[in-house]
Design a protein around this ligand. Sequence first.
Ligand code: SF4
Length: 260
Amino acid sequence: MLTLTQGHLRQLEICPRRYQYSYLEHVPVPTDPAMLERQWWGTQFHLVMQQRELGLPIDDFLREDAALDAAVNGLLAAAPELFVPQPDVFRQSEHRRTLAFNGYILTAIYDLLVLGPACGQIIDWKTYQRPPEQAQLAQEWQTRLYLYLLVETSHLRPEQVSMTYWFVAPPQAEANAEPPSRITLTYSDDQHRRTGADLQRLTDHLTTLLAPAEDLPKIDAALGYCAQCPFAVRCQRWSERFGAAYATLPAIADIAEVPL
Ligand code: SF4
């Protein structure tokens, strides 16, 4: 059975062909070195938070990276209650939940899960400073899938669970670094029903698309997603990404030779 994460659902909803290239065929894309550096730092932050949660020492990591030190200690100062162990409360970082659903395995990995007898809190660390609008965050598949899975795989009802995103400053923020901020999203029966229905629709659609073993459909170019897509050339949507001057590529024979 295919696994579906929030990333898969997001890509699938935007463009089935993008999902195919990214997750079914693992087509490599050129990566911006600055973005790789940001991702590496984000991974370090998550690892340190996990190590701390396991009760392992983190001082050496913090000594070597001032931005990491500021981010971790800023978070501990901003939300001390989050880090106080409580009786009868299960907590685990990098907690994985899965659910068999309509022929697929829905999967989520929570940065931190805090689960009590009558409430469940999903915590997610974001290593960028400017949070999106709360309404936009509520629509993200990460929020929707994570909350859905927790309700479906625990004893809790929708109104007993919530998801909190914490935003911490990355090294690039330097002098403009602000203290960590958070957005908490609650959940309801209605939202749970809507997410279940949307998951059913998306998984039904994917099953239909995969049946003929052909390329999955491309999105309508007019919707604007191709302009930011790393597969624009592969999809022959280069003019959407690089402008009208690239509406057609010149013939190989017409391209001037570059002496090396
Ligand atoms: S270029 Fe457009 S059609 Fe092709 S994968 Fe990207 S979003 Fe989809």
